[in-house]
Design a protein. Sequence first.
Length: 110
Amino acid sequence: MKRKGIAATAAAILADPVMMQRIATGDGGDRRIIDFGHVIELLNEASRGRGCDARQMLAHFVRLTTKEAQDELVSRRVESDTDSVTIMTVHAAKGLQFPCVVVVHGWGPA
């Protein structure tokens, strides 16, 4: 971690199937994996992509938990895009692939 940075350390953790299984086991496993990736991204940004020792990483982590830092951060990431809104042009959307389609201003004159 000190030589290659937190992102490289996290990549090694994510590449290890045993570690991934431990993170993903139980209820909310997908949520934990997404949260892990988000925290690593935030720690990498805080360390500016440089290597850091465990003490420095802990200091970055503690700073991220403060109210001021939380106000600046992006909210918790979604696990998947299945329940999200998809915006498409009329030319790309046929509507057959979605259970609900809304056409904005579809009631006005053509």
